[in-house]
Structure formats: structure tokens, C-alpha cells
Design a protein around this ligand. Structure first.
Ligand SMILES: [Ca+2]
Length: 264
């Protein structure tokens, strides 16, 4: 009888010890796969308002944003390498995911409303807490009436009328971390465009900003660029749009701003 009590007590202590080795939400250590918690905020890339009712999904784990645009996914397997956010009327945003067991990871999303026209493009820049102010710049080639071309950025924002040169507009300039900073291109001219990001506030390097640039067309997310983690300079030259509308990777950090090629 005494032995039996001893055995039960030992069993109970063992169970308590095993459970205490696990985090409250993660019993992955007991059942095989290791997991992490992922959470963040989802905003509209044009209005910058928090978006509720967004489905955020990584593999089989999914959740929905609340009235403040916040979501949390528990027990996401660390083997998952992508996470997506989707809502009716918006284009699905998919990001890569890199998780560490038992840690929390922040993944914010900015969702672009669906595009109206076939030739439209939308460029959405987001980043982390520091530096607080990155700026989107789009160099628009010249046309017959605008021989010097045009630079869409926070000083000269372009035109939100889709029928007027430069046929592009800075919808949002963010100056207080995270973004989004968004440019819509209504139509492209048959010459090369250049897009780059300037580290305006500069209190931290652009290579540690966790900046992401995403390009959408009518069919959805076309391309994602993550900022290089090495290189010197305050400019991230991200891509060109060539004469036929193709997206050409650049993805380099440099010390001077890219310039338009003459279009004679
Ligand atoms: Ca900015």
C-alpha cells in the first residue's frame, strides 16, 4: 500500500515537471513539433486604418483580426515558412516567416485594395520601428510634354487623376515607423521607371529596418522584396519597370540616389 502511494506521488511529480517545462500555450515539446506565437496588426495600404475581419493564416493555423486590426496565432509550427492575410475587396498579402521555438514573432500586414484597371500597379513599402521615416521614390520617364521626367515622392506626389501625367500618385507618406507608404501607378509609359527607398530619418541603418516592398497588379501580389541586410548607404534601389512593363530586380544598397536615363 505504502509503495503504491509512493508510486502515485512520483507519477504526479513527474507530470507536473514535464508540464512546467512547456509554455502555457505550447505543448509541442510533449507531442513532437516545436511551435511559436505569431501576432501583429493589419492596416489598409491606402487609408492606413486598422482592418478588422481579416483572415490571417499560416499552414493549418488561422485567426481573424479584431476591431483594432490585431490578430494572434498560437502554436504555429516553426517549420512554417509563410503567412498570409486576406479579406474580401483586398489582394491577399503573403510574407515569408522565420520562427524560433517558444518565441513570439510580430508580423504586420498592409493590405492593398483591389486594383480597378489592368495596367495599374501598386507599390507598398512597410518596415519596422526604426528608422522611423523611410521614403518611397518613383522616377517616372519623360513624355513629349514633360522632358525632364518626374519624381513621385513626398514633395511632388504626382496626380491622383489616372489620366494626367505622371499617371502615378503617392497615396500615403508615413513618417512614424512601420509604414505603409504607398504609390499607385495608373499606367506605364514605354520607358524605364526606377523605384527606390531613401532612409530619410537615418537614426538606424536601412539594412536593419526590416523593410519590405510589395508590388501588386490586377491579378494580385506580383513581387516581394526584403531589404538586403548588408551594404553601405541610405538608398535601397529596389527595381525598375522596363519599357514593356516587366519588373527588373535591382535590390542593392547604395550611397547615391538612382537617376533617370535620358529618354531621347
Ligand atoms: Ca516617409
Amino acid at each position: 500500500m505504502k509503495n503504491r502511494v509512493k508510486y502515485i506521488a512520483l507519477l504526479l511529480v513527474s507530470v507536473v515537471l514535464i508540464l512546467s517545462a512547456c509554455t502555457p500555450f505550447d505543448f509541442g515539446g510533449l507531442f513532437g513539433g516545436k511551435t511559436a506565437t505569431v501576432g501583429g496588426t493589419v492596416t489598409d495600404a491606402i487609408t492606413v486604418e486598422a482592418l478588422s475581419g481579416v483572415t490571417v493564416k499560416s499552414g493549418n493555423i488561422s485567426g481573424t483580426t479584431d476591431s483594432e486590426g490585431k490578430y494572434v496565432l498560437y502554436k504555429v509550427p516553426i517549420s512554417n515558412t509563410s503567412i498570409s492575410a486576406s479579406k474580401s475587396g483586398y489582394m491577399t498579402n503573403t510574407q515569408s516567416l522565420s520562427l524560433v521555438a517558444d518565441k513570439q514573432k510580430t508580423v504586420n500586414f498592409s493590405l492593398s485594395p483591389e486594383l480597378a484597371q489592368d495596367e495599374e500597379l501598386r507599390i507598398v513599402l512597410t518596415w519596422g520601428a526604426s528608422p522611423r521615416d523611410l521614403d518611397s521614390h518613383l522616377l517616372v520617364p519623360a513624355d513629349a510634354s514633360h522632358l525632364n521626367g518626374y519624381e513621385v515622392y513626398y514633395v511632388t506626389k504626382g496626380h491622383d487623376d489616372s489620366d494626367e501625367y505622371p499617371y502615378a500618385f503617392l497615396d500615403v507618406d508615413d513618417t512614424s515607423s512601420y509604414g505603409p507608404e504607398t504609390i499607385t501607378v495608373f499606367q506605364t509609359l514605354n520607358h524605364t521607371y526606377k523605384y527606390f527607398v531613401h532612409n530619410f530619418s537615418g537614426e538606424a541603418g536601412i539594412t536593419t529596418s526590416n523593410a519590405i516592398v510589395q508590388i501588386y497588379d490586377r491579378n494580385g501580389l506580383r513581387k516581394t522584396y526584403n531589404v538586403p541586410t548588408s551594404g553601405n548607404g541610405r538608398y535601397w534601389y529596389v527595381f525598375d519597370i522596363d519599357a514593356s512593363g516587366g519588373i527588373m530586380d535591382r535590390n542593392v544598397i547604395q550611397e547615391v540616389a538612382p537617376k533617370l536615363e535620358p529618354t531621347l
